[in-house]
Write a protein of this length. Structure first.
Length: 358
């Protein structure tokens, strides 16, 4: 995730929230480790990208998870992943921003003036291009309106309700089913080789922590992201942390390696991204000693997903693509390197119904 005006806008908008009726639990998306002797990356086409991954794991792990066969000590086996566009889709708009728009729509009944007031009028019309043209200040207004006075616990519950019920506007899938099956397999393979897997994203950290473990197998303490300011308050119901309408720390571009150093305290061995907002994280990872690995997910599949890179408002990939080619990073061509994009669709309600398509 990253690149251009739309990323900054997202970072200002991510903390908004939505309430929706609780439906079925999240479908199990986490890929189980492959049985011994079976292909650990079955959704990956045999080719340069897959061979590069397997070669790195052999070099770094010596073929074992506990370090008994040599390689890098297990404590140093850290892999970091961007989220939007790297682990799940991000078109036609970053999903957390769609979450923000849903929140504004839910609150609109008590704010009739919003229908004539920007940026709310555009959000209520679903006019995404207009919202992006208005810039980060407009989305900051949406952030304030959507998150003031909400506790951190209440916010995460709202996110969980949304992720259980909200559907992608084009595919009709739950957002939790818009993850990339090949990346789920890669996460599982890294963990089987003793790696700790982290998310390092420009998205709101609380938004991702609400579902990252059930969807990716990544626990909340291994999710790093943009932080919304919190304030401790004592209430009649007990102490709580109140979300404030202020971004405390931006984690994107050069902020990603800074956050990794401050929170993890070790330089990763492997980094995975898809946009210019991930370039510094991958570059910093590759600057370390010993076996290193950097991978860019290049969205090239207009038939099964979306095809975009240098000119996209969402997930722009320009400078990072040039650096990848210059420095020998692995660049995954989604159309050629992945047999499938998303996991098999679980049995869901009719996507044409009002409850099925939000």
């Amino acid at each position: 995730m990253g690149g251009g005006r739309s990323l900054v806008a997202l970072l200002l908008a991510l903390a908004a929230s939505i309430a929706a009726p609780i439906a079925a639990p999240l479908p199990p998306a986490v890929a189980a480790p492959a049985p011994a002797g079976r292909d650990p990356l079955p959704s990956w086409v045999e080719g340069a990208s897959k061979r590069a991954i397997l070669r790195f794991l052999q070099q770094s792990g010596g073929g074992s998870a506990d370090g008994s066969a040599g390689g890098v000590p297990p404590a140093e086996r850290i892999a970091v992943f961007d989220n939007d566009g790297t682990l799940w889709s991000e078109q036609p708009l970053y999903f957390p921003l769609l979450f923000c728009i849903d929140r504004i729509q839910k609150l609109a009944a008590g704010q009739p003036q919003w229908r004539q007031q920007e940026p709310f009028a555009s959000a209520l019309r679903g006019d995404i291009p207009s919202l992006l043209r208005q810039g980060p200040e407009a989305l900051a207004t949406m952030l304030v309106a959507g998150s003031t006075g909400m506790s951190s616990e209440a916010y995460q519950e709202e996110v969980k309700r949304w992720i259980r019920t909200a559907r992608h506007p084009q595919t009709g899938r739950l957002y939790s089913a818009m993850v990339f099956q090949p990346m789920l397999e890669l996460l599982g393979l890294l963990r089987a080789h003793g790696f700790r897997t982290y998310i390092v994203s420009g998205g709101d950290v609380a938004f991702m922590r609400a579902w990252s473990e059930s969807v990716y197998g990544i626990p909340p303490e291994q999710v790093i992201g943009t932080r919304i300011a919190l304030e401790y308050r004592e209430t009649p119901g007990g102490p709580q942390l109140e979300r404030l309408p202020r971004i405390e720390a931006l984690v994107d571009g050069p902020g990603k390696p800074v956050a990794i150093e401050q929170i993890i305290g070790r330089r990763p061995l492997a980094a995975f991204g898809n946009s210019d907002g991930d370039r510094q994280m991958l570059s910093w990872t590759m600057a370390g000693n010993g076996p290193r690995f950097a991978l860019i997910v290049h969205h090239t599949d207009a038939r099964r997903e979306w095809a975009y890179d240098r000119r996209s408002e969402i997930g722009r990939l320009n400078q990072a693509l040039e650096e990848a080619r210059r420095d020998g990073w692995t660049v995954v061509d989604m159309a050629r390197d992945w047999r499938v994009i998303h996991p098999p669709q679980p049995a869901l309600p009719d996507s044409t119904s009002p409850a099925g398509r939000r």
